[in-house]
Design a protein around this ligand. Structure first.
Ligand code: GAR
Length: 208
């Protein structure tokens, strides 16, 4: 059984999808053993507590820079004996001390079709604002491994939704979460926990 550590910063609907998937048996071979938040008081922590999952708060604002913050996260992941780290709405970029120690063991959900609308400054609602501003007709979400560059690691799964004429960023965000993120994130986690993802030449493939 793999130890899954989920990192959050906000409402935690993706964390909830993971909790529900674990409970209903969609996630095979892994168990959420700790939730770590970069902010105190966020609803994601309540979701974890309600489900009996141990939590830790490592506040980003208490650290002067990304390096010292990432070192604190690395220590926590090692203490928790993490086999898989899931960034589920985690709004802080992790330094290479974490991404190198946990290479191909950190999965992120990004609310756009990478390589569009991603990288530094593209997070949360801003992603959907930019997609609507551009006028794309299809958007979606990407589940990918995390490496040294923001949103540039190997893609595991992607799913799409149509963008409709009167969409607001909030409406588009909700459609992408409901139709793509909440389904594909648990699916990718389950594949990882069953050792069904292989890496060939830096790209991720699902084993038959
Ligand atoms: C989700 O849409 C997730 O894809 C996005 O933030 C939202 C978090 O919602 N993540 C990023 O933008 C990371 N770059 P949640 O807290 O309800 O899961």
């Amino acid at each position: 059984m793999k130890n899954i550590i989920v990192l959050v910063s906000g409402g935690g609907t993706n964390l909830q999808a993971l909790i529900d998937a674990e409970r209903s048996g969609i996630i095979q071979g892994g168990k959420i053993t700790c939730v770590i938040s970069s902010k105190a008081g966020v609803y994601a922590l309540e979701r974890a507590e309600k489900n009996g999952i141990p939590t830790r708060v490592i506040p980003r604002k208490e650290y002067p820079d990304s390096k010292s913050y990432s070192t604190a996260i690395l220590d926590a992941l090692n203490e928790e004996k993490a086999d898989l780290v899931v960034l589920a709405g985690f709004m802080t970029i992790l330094d290479e001390c974490v991404t190198k120690a946990y290479a191909y063991k950190i999965i992120n959900v990004h609310p756009a079709l990478i390589p569009s609308f991603c990288g530094d400054g593209f997070y949360g609602l801003k992603v959907h604002e930019k997609a609507l501003e551009y006028g794309v007709k299809v958007s979606g979400a990407t589940i990918h491994f995390v490496n040294e560059k923001a949103d540039a690691g190997a893609i595991i799964l992607q799913g799409t939704v149509n963008v409709l004429r009167n969409d607001t960023p909030e409406v588009l965000q909700r459609r992408i979460m409901k139709n793509v993120e909440w389904k594909l994130l648990p699916e990718a986690v389950s594949l990882f926990c069953q050792d069904k993802i292989e890496i060939i030449d830096g790209k991720a493939y699902i084993k038959d």
